[in-house]
Write a protein that binds this ligand. Structure first.
Ligand SMILES: C[S@@+](CC[C@H](N)C(=O)[O-])C[C@H]1O[C@@H](n2cnc3c(N)ncnc32)[C@H](O)[C@@H]1O
Length: 641
C-alpha cells in the first residue's frame, strides 16, 4: 500500500489552541497532522475566544474533548457541549467511562456479593461498603450513558467518539450496551486507546467488525531509542513494540484516524514530532494494495439494490462493468472450450462419417448482453478447432443494437435474436446453452425461471453452462450497515430488503453454510407451470465463533459452469481477482447479542408467485430469540418475473 492507498488522518492531543506560536495552519503544515485534539474544559479553550480560529477551522481541524469531570457533573457536560456547538466543532470525543464492568453485569455481581455475605459475616461491613462504592461508579456510568444519548438524539451533524481501552475485557460489552441504549445511533463511534503490556492481537478480534473511527496512541507507549551520535543533539528517536505496530497497521488499512496523545512529559516539538514520523513510516510501509483491491476500496460498505436484468433493461454502463471483469469471461471460455472438445469426441464416436464442418455444434448464448460471452464462445471454438453455429439471444433492445453491429472475432457469423428466451420458438435446438443470469445469491436474478423457460431450445442430450449454482449464508456483524438502515425512516422496508454490498467493516460469525441449489437442465416433468418447483426453504444451525452483535446474514454463491470450471464468491474458495459480484446482505430488524459457542438458528425461504409475477425471499431467526419473519409475501422487496 502506498501513501495514496489509505486515508489515514493524524491528530495530536490534548493541545490547547493558545499553545500555538505560529499561525494555526502553518503549524499544522509544519507538523504534518490533519487534526488537533483540544480540551473543551475551562483550562482549555472554553475560556478562550472563538476567534482563535475561523469557523471553518473549528469545523475541519478540531476534535473537541469532553473532560472526565463532566461524568460527575451534568452542568460541566452541558457547558462543554454548548461551547462545542457554539464553535461549530463537528468532531467530539467523549471522556471514557469510569472503570467498571459492563452495565448488564450488575445483577450477577449483586448475587455473588450476596452469597459472599452469607458465607462470611466478618466481611459483611467491608462488602457493603465496597458495594456502595462500586454501585456509585456504575450509577455514574449509567447517568453518563444517558447524557451521551441525549446529546446524540438532539444533534445531527457531528461525529462522536467514545474511547475504550483496547485491553479492558469489559470494553466491548460496555460499547455494545451504550450503542444499544442509543438505538445504534450512526454517528457514535468507538475509539480505541492502546495500552502497554497486553496481548493486543487477542483484542483485535473483538473489535474487527466494529466501525472503529480512531486509534488513540499515548506517547508514553513509545520506547525511546539511544541516540546514535554521542553527545550530539540529534532528534530523539522512538519505536513501538511489535504487537502494537501490527495492530496499528491493521487499523491504518481500515483508514481510522490516528490520535497521538501527549503524556509522560513528552514535548510536542521533540518527542511527538519524532513519534509522528515513526507512525507515518509505518503507514508508508504498509503492503501495497493490488490494483484489484485498490479499485474496490471506495465501494466498501455501500448498500446497493441488486440488479433485476429480467424486469429492467440494463444500461450500457452496467455492461461495461461486467465486461471489465476478464476473469469471469476467461472461465466461461474455458468451460465452453472443454464442452466443445467433449461434444466433438462424442459426435465423432456416434457418427464417424459426418464431418463437424458440415454439422457444427450449435451454441446459443441466452441473455447475451453486448456479447462478452459470445466472443468467448468464438475464441473457444477457434482454439479447440471445433466449429460452431452461434446464436445470441437477448431481450434488451439497446443491447441487441450493439450485438447486431458488433464486429466478431475471425468474422464469425453470429445469429442475433431479439426476444425473451422464455418465449422463443427456435428454428433448431442447441447442443450447448450458455447463460450468465446469476446474481450474488445465485438464483436472485431469476436464472432458474429464465433457464426453465429456455430449456425447450436445448437438445435432450444438450448441456447448460452453468449446470449448477448454490447459494450460501453466514451470520454477520456489520454495525455500520445496520446503523445506516436504522437511521432511515422507512425502517421496515429497509430491514426487509437484501442488498449487494462489498463488506468493509464486518465480522463473519460462523462457518458459511449452503442454502439453495439449482441445476440445469431439469427433467421435463419436474418443471411446473406455476413455478412452484423453484420454491425453496432451508433451516440453519450456526455455531457462533466470536462474541458479537449479529446484524443479519452475508450471502454468497458459487456455480459449476462445466465439469471442474467453477466460479465462486464464497469466501472459502473465492475465484481469485473476480470482481463481478459482491456479497448480499440480508439484514435483521433487531441485532442479536451472542457469545462464542452460542447457537443461532435461522430459516430462509425462496417464494415464487406466478400470479403476482414475482419471486421473493423471506427470512427469520428462531434461536436464541424469535424474530418476525422478514419480508412476508414479499411486502418490502421482490424480484419481478
Ligand atoms: C447479467 S447480464 C449478462 C450479459 C452477458 N452475458 C455478459 O456476461 O456480459 C444478463 C443479460 O441477460 C438478459 N436477459 C435476462 N433475462 C432474459 C430473458 N428472459 N431473455 C433474454 N435475455 C434476458 C439481460 O437483458 C442481460 O443483458
Amino acid at each position: 500500500m502506498s501513501k495514496s492507498d489509505c486515508y489515514v488522518r493524524y491528530a495530536i492531543e490534548p493541545r490547547p489552541i493558545v499553545d500555538f506560536t505560529e499561525s494555526f495552519e502553518s503549524e499544522i503544515d509544519n507538523f504534518g497532522f490533519n487534526l488537533l485534539g483540544t480540551p473543551l474544559k475551562p483550562e482549555g479553550v472554553i475560556a478562550e475566544s472563538d476567534m482563535l480560529l475561523s469557523c471553518g477551522q473549528w469545523a475541519d481541524y478540531i476534535i473537541g474533548g469532553i473532560s472526565p469531570e463532566s461524568i460527575d457533573d451534568p452542568n460541566i457536560f452541558q457547558a462543554e457541549m454548548g461551547w462545542a456547538t457554539y464553535l461549530g466543532i463537528t468532531y467530539i470525543m467523549f471522556a471514557p467511562f469510569l472503570k467498571e464492568g459492563s452495565f448488564s453485569t450488575i445483577k450477577e455481581i449483586e448475587k455473588d456479593e450476596k452469597k459472599e455475605k452469607e458465607k462470611d459475616t466478618e466481611k459483611e461491613k467491608e462488602n457493603e461498603k465496597k458495594q456502595r462504592q462500586t454501585k456509585s461508579i456504575r450509577q455514574k456510568n449509567f447517568d453518563y450513558a444517558r447524557m451521551i444519548n441525549s446529546v446524540l438524539q438532539s444533534t445531527t451533524s457531528s461525529d462522536f467518539l467514545l474511547p475504550f481501552r483496547i485491553s479492558d475485557e469489559s470494553s466491548w460489552n460496555k460499547w455494545n450496551e451504550t450503542r444499544l441504549m442509543a438505538e445504534s445511533y450512526s454517528a457514535l463511534y468507538p475509539a480505541l486507546i492502546l495500552d502497554s503490556g497486553k496481548v493486543h492481537t487477542k483484542f483485535l478480534d473483538t473489535w474487527r467488525g466494529e466501525n472503529v473511527k480512531a486509534l488513540i496512541i499515548p506517547s508514553d507507549l513509545f520506547e525511546s531509542l539511544p541516540s546514535t551520535k554521542e553527545g550530539s543533539e540529534t532528534e530523539k528517536s522512538y519505536q513501538l513494540p511489535k504487537g502494537i505496530v501490527e495492530l496499528i497497521k491493521y487499523f491504518m488499512s481500515k483508514d481510522v484516524d490516528i490520535i497521538l496523545r501527549q503524556c509522560g512529559g513528552h514535548t510536542i516539538h521533540e518527542d511527538l514530532h519524532s513519534q509522528f514520523q515513526y507512525l507515518k513510516a509505518i503507514e508508508l510501509n504498509l503492503p501495497k494494495l493490488s490494483e484489484w483491491e485498490l479499485a474496490f476500496k471506495g465501494c466498501q460498505d455501500i448498500l446497493q439494490d441488486p440488479l433485476q436484468p429480467l424486469k429492467d433493461n440494463l444500461e450500457s454502463s452496467s455492461y461495461q462493468v461486467f465486461e471489465d471483469d476478464t476473469i469471469k469471461y476467461e472461465l466461461y471460455e474455458q468451460a465452453v472450450y472443454k464442452a466443445l472438445v467433449d461434444f466433438s469426441k462424442l459426435r465423432q464416436k456416434q457418427n464417424p462419417k459426418v464431418k463437424l464442418e458440415e454439422s457444427p455444434i450449435v451454441v446459443m448464448v441466452v441473455g447475451s448482453g453486448r456479447g462478452g460471452i459470445v466472443r468467448r464462445c468464438i475464441l473457444a471454438s477457434h482454439n479447440s478447432k471445433v466449429p460452431i453455429k452461434l446464436y445470441a439471444i437477448e431481450k434488451n433492445p439497446s443491447a441487441v443494437i450493439t450485438l447486431r453491429n458488433n464486429k466478431w472475432e475471425y468474422d464469425h457469423e453470429v445469429i442475433v435474436i431479439d426476444t425473451d428466451m422464455r418465449v422463443w420458438n427456435p428454428p433448431e435446438r442447441c447442443d450447448i446453452m450458455v447463460s450468465e443470469l446469476l446474481g450474488s445469491f445465485g438464483d436472485n436474478e431469476l436464472s432458474p425461471e429464465c433457464l426453465d423457460g429456455a430449456q425447450k431450445i436445448l437438445k435432450e442430450d444438450g448441456i447448460s453452462i452453468p449446470c449448477e449454482y448454490n447459494s450460501f449464508l453466514c451470520p454477520v456483524s456489520t454495525p455500520r450497515l445496520y446503523n445506516e438502515l436504522n437511521e432511515n425512516k422507512k425502517k421496515l422496508k429497509n430491514f426487509e430488503t437484501p442488498y449487494v454490498v462489498k463488506f468493509g467493516k464486518y465480522k463473519y460469525l460462523s462457518d458459511v453454510q449452503k442454502c439453495f441449489t439449482f441445476v440445469h437442465p431439469l427433467p421435463k416433468e419436474s418443471i411446473k407451470q406455476n413455478n412452484s418447483h423453484n420454491n425453496r426453504s432451508k433451516s440453519f444451525h450456526f455455531v457462533i465463533s466470536k462474541d458479537a452483535l449479529i446484524h443479519g446474514f452475508a450471502a454468497f454463491f458459487d456455480t459449476i459452469l462445466y465439469k471442474d470450471v467453477k466460479l465462486s464468491i464464497n469466501p472459502i474458495d473465492h475465484t481469485p481477482q473476480m470482481a463481478s459480484w459482491f456479497p448480499i446482505y440480508f439484514p435483521i430488524q433487531k441485532p442479536i447479542l451472542v457469545k462464542a459457542g452460542d447457537y443461532l438458528n435461522a430459516t430462509m425461504w425462496r417464494c415464487t408467485s406466478n400470479d403476482l409475477k414475482r419471486v421473493f425471499y423471506e427470512w427469520t431467526v428462531t434461536y436464541p430469540v424469535i424474530l418476525p419473519i422478514h419480508n412476508v409475501n414479499g411486502r418490502s422487496s421482490f424480484i419481478g418475473l
